[in-house]
Design a protein around this ligand. Structure first.
Ligand code: 5AD
Ligand code: FES
Length: 353
C-alpha cells in the first residue's frame, strides 16, 4: 500500500497531504524503496553528477535571535568576525582554481553589509569570474534591496522558510520576527527572477510529522530551484541547548520525497546531515540529493561560524575537503562536476528530451 503511494509519487510527482502523511508515518516500511525510486529519478535527470557550491561564510554578525542558532545576537560567547571584500574575493579565487563555478555568500543579518557594499562585491566577483554563479544567503531584506543585488549580477538566493507552520515559526523565533515577512521575502525573491532556494530543519523542537507533510505540499506548490534541509542540532549557547537533535533517517527519507515531488530540484546533502551521521553525505546522495556545499571560508574563521555544535570539516582546507569528497563519491559511483549547474537551464534540457 505504501509502496503504491511511492509508485504514484514517482509517476505523477505529487501526492495529497494525507498521502504524504501516511508515507512519513510509515517510513520504516518503505525507506529503501523510496531511496531507490529517488535515486532512479535523480539519475534520470542528472546522471551520476554531483554539483558543488563553494560556501563563503563572510560574517557571523547577526541582528536576529532565532532560538536555535549559534550566531544569534544574544550569544555573547560567539566571537564575531566579518571578512573584508578582499578576503571574500580571495576565497572565490581559491575556489575558482579548485573548480567551483558557484559561490554561496552566506552570513548573518549584518547591517554593515549595505546594498552598496554587496553590489561592489558581487560585481567584482563577476568581473573576475564571469562564468560563475553567485548565490546570496543573508536573510530577510527589502524587495528593493533584493532587486539591486539581482541587478548587480546575483543569480540565486537561499532563504530557508524554516517551517511552514505559523505557530511553529513563532516557537522557533522571538516576537520581532514574522512568519509573514519571511514568506513575503520568498515571494519577492521569486518574482524578481532569482533561482530560489528554501528549506527547513528536520526535527526542530515541537515539529510534528503533520508539519512535514505540510512542507511537502508547500514545496510542490512553490516549485523552488533548490531545497535545503538538514537535521536540527542543538548549540550549547542557545535557548534550545537541551533539545534533541533531528535524525538522519527522517532527513534522508524526506530528501527522497522531495526528489520524487520535484524531480529536477537541486538538493544538497547538507553539512548538518554530515554532522549527525559520519556517512550523512553519502546517505543523502543515495536518497536523492545531488549537491554538496564544501566550505571555502578561511580556516581562521571557520570555528566562529557555528550555527550548531560539532560541525564537521572545520579544519580542512578546501582543497583537501574536495579530495576527500571525490574519494567518498567515487565509492558510491558519483562524480563532481564543475559547471554552474543552473536550475532553469537544466530543466529546459530535460523538457526537450
Ligand atoms: N541546527 C541545524 N540547522 C541550523 N540552522 C541554524 N541553526 C541550526 C541548528 N542549530 C540552519 C537554519 C538556517 C541555516 C543557515 O542553518 O535552517 O536557515
Ligand atoms: Fe570535508 Fe572529508 S568531506 S574533509
Amino acid at each position: 500500500m505504501y509502496k503504491e503511494l511511492l509508485d504514484k509519487l514517482y509517476k505523477y510527482h505529487e501526492l495529497s497531504y494525507l498521502e504524504y502523511l501516511e508515507l512519513i508515518k510509515n517510513r520504516d516500511e518503505v525507506r529503501d524503496y523510496a531511496s531507490l525510486l529517488a535515486s532512479k529519478t535523480c539519475m534520470k535527470y542528472y546522471g551520476n553528477k554531483i554539483y558543488i557550491r563553494g560556501l563563503i561564510e563572510f560574517t557571523n554578525y547577526c541582528k536576529n535571535n532565532c532560538y536555535y542558532c549559534g550566531i544569534r545576537a544574544s550569544n555573547k560567547v560567539a566571537e564575531r568576525y566579518r571578512l573584508s571584500k578582499e578576503e571574500i574575493i580571495e576565497c572565490a579565487n581559491i575556489g575558482y582554481d579548485l573548480g567551483f563555478r558557484t559561490f554561496v555568500l552566506q552570513g548573518g543579518e549584518d547591517s554593515y553589509f549595505t546594498d552598496d557594499i554587496l553590489v561592489s562585491i558581487i560585481k567584482e566577483i563577476k568581473a573576475l569570474h564571469s562564468d560563475c554563479a553567485i548565490t546570496l544567503s543573508i536573510g530577510e531584506r527589502s524587495k528593493e534591496s533584493y532587486k539591486r543585488l539581482k541587478e548587480a549580477g546575483c543569480d540565486r538566493y537561499l532563504l530557508r522558510h524554516e517551517t511552514i507552520d505559523k505557530n511553529h515559526y513563532e516557537l522557533l523565533h522571538p516576537k520581532n520576527m514574522s512568519y509573514f515577512n519571511r514568506m513575503e521575502c520568498i515571494k519577492n525573491l521569486k518574482e524578481l527572477g532569482y533561482q530560489l532556494g528554501v528549506g527547513f530543519m528536520v526535527g526542530s523542537p515541537n515539529q510534528t510529522i503533520e508539519m512535514l507533510a505540510e512542507e511537502m505540499v508547500f514545496l510542490k506548490q512553490l516549485n523552488p530551484a533548490m531545497v535545503g534541509i538538514g537535521p536540527f542540532i542543538p548549540h550549547k549557547d542557545t535557548p534550545f541547548k537541551d533539545k534533541n537533535s533531528g535524525n538522519a533517517e527522517l532527513t534522508t527519507f524526506l530528501l527522497s520525497l522531495i526528489r520524487l515531488t520535484l524531480p529536477g530540484v537541486l538538493l544538497p546533502a547538507t553539512t548538518a546531515l554530515a554532522t549527525i551521521d559520519k556517512e550523512g553525505r553519502e546517505k543523502g546522495i543515495l536518497a536523492g540529493a545531488n549537491v554538496l556545499m564544501p566550505n571555502l571560508s578561511p580556516l581562521g574563521v571557520r570555528k566562529k561560524y557555528l550555527l550548531y555544535d560539532n560541525k564537521v570539516c572545520m579544519g580542512e582546507e578546501a582543497a583537501s575537503c574536495i579530495r576527500c569528497l571525490k574519494k567518498r563519491l567515487s565509492k558510491i559511483d558519483r562524480e563532481i562536476v564543475t559547471d554552474r549547474g543552473d536550475y532553469a537551464l537544466m530543466n529546459r534540457v530535460l523538457e526537450r528530451e
